[in-house]
Design a protein around this ligand. Sequence first.
Ligand code: BTN
Length: 262
Amino acid sequence: MDNSESQPRLDVAAIHAATQGLRLGAPLLYFPAIGSTNTHVMELAREGAAEGLLVMTDEQTAGRGRIGRAWKSLPGRQLECSLLLRPTAFPPHFLVMASAVAVAESIEAVADVQAGIKWPNDVQVDGRKVCGILIETTSDFVVLGIGLNVNGTLADDPALAALATTLADACGRTLSREALAIELLQRLDARYADLCANGTAAREALRAAWRGRLVTLGRRVTLLQGEASISGVAEDVDESGALLLRRNDGTRQTVTWGDVSS
Ligand code: BTN
């Protein structure tokens, strides 16, 4: 696997055709390159865009990650997209779970490799990150941004390759980004519809699916929150998805944000 081949543009017409009738994914706006799909969806949301809007690109020049980090684009080799949601029936933290579970299930369906979740919503294959999810919430809307490393390799960036990988490197073949996008939209749409319609039963089923994939649980971890770091054992997650960390001094701390490493 190398990065020398030129990449075909994302076939958004195929994605659009296969996702007709879903609540999420329409309208679908495509940009060959853009600063950040999340930033663009935020702007459109403030102008009153409707739930379901999807912005996709082949390259981000100013992609953003969680906790103020930058997101590295692999032009033509990632799935980089953002959705506009206006949930009213459930709290946004269920979208953290729904998106990570939908990505993990889509990877398994299309790439046939096992996917786990590093709390709260990094998706990993072979113990390395393949997908980052950035959820930005206001009182009126939620922007859900997904960056999935699909094709090519990170081998030319050893520091990054120690922590992250691509699906192609993990499964040994080039994958269809369109197939992954379609699978992901279908699964996310189904979870979203379930959360909207089925209250507690949907929340519990989703939380169980998410918890069952968490590679973090039971491990000794270091949690970074800005300049601060806390070490302990990641014992469990609570009803809202917060991490229950048993600190080295024996006290238990409920953690709602940060970056864990083990
Ligand atoms: C993270 O792991 O820190 C989250 C990364 C999220 C990256 C995606 S790519 C599409 C969307 N637009 C952005 O600027 N960021 C998200």
